[in-house]
Design a protein around this ligand. Structure first.
Ligand code: NDP
Ligand code: DGY
Length: 317
């Protein structure tokens, strides 16, 4: 019976497609490296999450029977694709099923950062809400403003659908033009610098790659408007967190909404002190329905590979 390792407790629905395999499920929290490697010995397939590094060492410990790494995430920066190619290991991910939920999170952060929800909540909980105030907790309007996307793929466009309801003007940048999306959203393509200078809100939706690491640093933040809001639900290292903390502290941009961090789960100490940043603990796709779908998508693809069939979501690299 093929041996399957599931590196974290996942929604029950994701275990059903794995019936018939010899399945080991590790604990709910991220496994330690030693525990992970110990559990990897002799497996045929692994269903992992973004908290596990799927590197050459892992694959070597797993051994020659390892055929598939099914990542329960759309982002696959935790998987070493050179190492999987060398060993002929198939990698799969979970695109599409999380688009709408992650877009909700991005828009939630955008609204919360602009309209100072975190600060307001802290004020109420501290017992400091004394009266309605004509100048209390004012932030920029969202509706009717310009929203610039860095990366305008599946999730970026799902955010744009929400922005349409707020009468926002859509700008985007990326490696290539998206003419279908330009038509659908009336979106305008701009180079990154111009997008940063022009947008009232900037939302990041690129994968983490060598090219996108620190795509937004001090220089880029300097180009943004003083009332601009930056939202990042992609991966932490796309933004230079120290530079962002400085820009927020000095009021060079109005606010930020973050779901992801450079050294996750660590958060830059300065960000923790600032009022003008909303901090979420990487919950972009964390709805009950979507996590079921992600688990099932990953498990079905793992099963397909172990049965010698084509997976639905192979990662080409
Ligand atoms: P897509 O592949 O559909 O879209 C990614 C977009 O980024 C594409 O438009 C791509 O453009 C663009 N892009 C790639 N490289 C660059 C670059 N160097 N500069 C500018 N743009 C670039 O991905 P998804 O929308 O499905 O997901 C995006 C990312 O969101 C994931 O990789 C993941 O890391 C993150 N994510 C985070 C979640 C969370 O919980 N916070 C949940 C889900 C996803 P082009 O096609 O031209 O290359
Ligand atoms: C992903 O899918 O890449 C997220 O970060 C978790 O949903």
């Amino acid at each position: 019976m093929p041996k399957v390792l599931v590196t974290r407790e996942i929604p029950e629905a994701g275990l059903e497609p794995l019936e018939g395999f010899d399945v080991t499920v590790l604990a709910e929290g991220p496994p330690g490296r030693d525990e992970l490697l110990e559990a990897a010995r002799g497996i045929d397939g692994v269903l992992c999450t973004l908290t596990e590094q799927m590197d050459a060492e892992f694959m070597d410990v797993a051994g020659d029977d390892l055929k598939v790494i099914a990542n329960m995430a759309v982002g696959f920066d935790n998987v070493d694709l050179d190492a999987t190619k060398e060993r002929g290991v198939v990698v799969t991910n979970t695109p599409e099923v999380l688009n709408e939920t992650t877009a909700d999170t991005a828009f939630m952060l955008l609204l919360a950062a602009a309209r100072r929800l975190g600060e307001g909540e802290r004020l109420v909980r501290a017992g400091s809400f004394e009266a309605w105030g004509p100048k209390m907790l004012l932030g920029p309007d969202v509706w009717g403003k310009r929203l610039g996307f860095i990366g305008f793929g599946r999730i970026g466009q799902a955010v744009a659908r929400r922005a349409r309801g707020f009468d926002m003007e859509i700008l985007y940048t990326g490696r290539s033009r998206r003419e279908d999306a330009e038509e659908e959203f009336g979106a305008r393509y701009l180079e990154l610098d111009e997008l940063l200078e022009t947008s009232d809100f900037v939302s990041i939706h690129t994968p983490l790659t060598e090219e996108t690491t620190h795509l937004i640093g001090a220089e880029e933040l300097e180009r943004m408007k003083p009332r601009a809001v930056l939202v990042n639900t992609s991966r932490g290292p796309v933004v230079d967190e120290g530079a962002l903390a400085d820009a927020l502290e000095e009021g060079r941009i109005f606010a930020a909404g973050l779901d992801v961090y450079e050294e996750e789960p660590e958060v830059h100490s300065k960000l923790l002190e600032l009022e003008n940043v909303v901090l979420a603990p990487h919950i972009g796709s964390a709805s009950i329905e979507t996590r079921d779908k992600m688990a099932v998508t990953a498990a079905e693809d793992l099963r397909a590979v172990l049965r010698g069939e084509q997976p639905k979501n192979p990662v080409d690299g």
